[in-house]
Design a protein around this ligand. Structure first.
Ligand code: ZN
Length: 459
């Protein structure tokens, strides 16, 4: 980290050079709380656009159902692209449907990219994705308003179909940008029989050019994403800004306990091969082994399929999944090894077999230490406390980490509720996050240096 100290110096300088901390208000106009705190972003302007966006796909509960690749999503995208053009951005859409809006820089440097998504889950809320997308737009507007020039060109991005409810593939647009999705996915059809390729055509794109959505390594200097926490850590600790350490890896196994289905009345207790009794012990073993180490790793058994599934038959076969999530792949391996040992003991004692096969493993994505530090400095300059925490949910940022160093900013979620119409973050807390995004972008713009094959200070 010796580069970091060399890098912090220009950072401090950049903070000093930021526009004046206190703005004068126009003729008696009521200053927002943010303006009083010297905020550069305009909370009211941001809230107006967030309110308007919430009308696209609004559901009776007050949230939205705005699935990626749907009529509601298409209309919302048109609305946001209109706002982007009004902010003077050069708007383009890539062949995967990702929207980019560019603000030129003063030097010939790779792009600093920031944004999120505007699609939702069914019966979703108005903050997941929307805050980071329209927050990115507000950063652009505030930069224009304060006539701030940046060295790097800046681009905001709205990734397509992040939630992936439609077509069963989350992080779709960013996955295409990261080059992890092949064109085969375009053959998938929705419940109306419309293929993903057809939807891309409706979005004005040529599916034959899908792979051109891939972002060339080196063309992006870094990626930042502001997002709601979707958990309760920040709210419970009353900390306004989360510095995301990384996005946890998700590991799935499918396990089957095989015993012997037999008569529940005539088989004595000591002669049974009860697959469900073994599976039940396995569930508790997973919980115990995950809890056996300190820190924030989580493990879940989400369902059981019991066969034959009758009141008067000893269960002969039970299928159950194991899911483990953590920032450290090595820790997950270690815990899984202990779980396997426990399963072997249980199988022996219950006279059944337990077999597990891996189903999927998403590697954890670490945020860049230089980006973490920029977010901390930006928050401090705005008078906001920070806390480091992992993201237990997946985000487009994990795909972005495949083509650029990456950082994420969290703001609190009321009650830790998300993917629900009751999802809520108060306007002042949204503004906190957008202000930190604004300042982080400027700090990174000042601090990142282009070197052979990478960025000084970033890894
Ligand atoms: Zn999201």
């Amino acid at each position: 980290m010796k580069d970091l100290r060399r890098w912090l110096y220009p950072l401090l300088l950049a903070v000093l050079l930021l526009p004046p901390m206190v703005q004068t208000s126009a003729q008696g106009e009521k200053q927002s709380q943010g303006a009083l705190r010297g905020f550069q972003v305009n909370s009211q302007r941001l809230q107006q656009t967030l309110d308007k966006l919430s009308e696209f796909g609004r559901n009776p509960e007050g949230g939205v159902t705005r699935l990626g690749f749907s009529e509601a999503d298409m209309a919302a995208r048109e609305y946001v692209m209109g706002l982007m053009r009004q902010a003077g951005l050069a708007v383009r859409v890539d062949p995967a449907g990702n929207i980019f809006g560019r603000r030129p820089g003063t030097e010939n440097l790779p792009v600093l990219l920031f944004g999120s998504h505007i699609d939702s889950v069914p019966h979703g809320g108005n903050f997941d994705g929307d805050v980071g997308s329209l927050g990115a737009l507000e950063v652009m507007r505030a930069l224009n308003e304060h006539k701030v020039a940046t060295r790097h060109p800046l681009e905001m991005v709205v990734w397509s179909n992040e939630e992936g409810h439609h077509f069963g593939k989350g992080l779709f647009g960013s996955g295409a940008a990261a080059g992890v999705l092949g064109p085969g996915i375009l053959e998938r059809r929705d419940e109306q029989g419309v293929s993903l390729a057809d939807w891309l055509r409706r979005y004005g794109q040529d599916p034959a050019r899908f792979t051109e959505a891939r972002i060339r390594p080196g063309s992006v200097a870094g990626y930042l994403e502001l997002h709601i926490e979707q958990g309760a850590v920040l709210e419970e600790t009353r900390i306004p800004i989360g510095v995301v350490q990384g996005i946890v890896g998700i590991n799935w196994w499918t396990c089957v306990a095989t015993g012997f289905a037999n008569h529940a009345g005539t088989t004595p207790m000591n002669r049974r091969q009860d697959a469900l009794a073994a599976a039940a012990r396995a569930v508790l073993a997973v919980r115990e082994e995950v809890r056996a180490e300190p820190s924030r790793q989580v493990g879940t058994v989400g369902y059981m399929r019991v066969e034959p599934g009758a009141r008067n038959i000893i269960p002969g076969r039970v299928e159950f999944p194991v899911e483990l999530r953590d920032l450290e792949a090595a820790k997950v391996e270690r815990i899984w090894a202990r779980i396997r040992e426990r399963f072997a003991t249980i199988a022996r004692e219950e006279n059944v077999e337990i077999e597990c096969v891996p189903l999927a493993a998403d590697q954890p994505a670490r945020t860049d230490p230089v980006f973490q530090q920029a977010i901390r400095e930006a928050a401090q300059a705005a008078g906001l406390a920070t806390r480091d925490l992992p993201s237990g949910a997946g985000h487009d940022a994990q795909n972005a980490s495949r083509f650029a160093p990456m950082g994420m900013i969290f703001v609190p979620s009321r009650g830790g509720i998300s993917h629900s119409p009751r999802e809520f973050t108060p306007p002042e807390e949204v503004a906190n996050g957008v202000e930190v995004l604004y300042r982080s972008v400027l700090l990174l713009d000042a601090g990142l240096k282009r070197t052979e094959g990478g960025i000084a200070g970033a890894n």
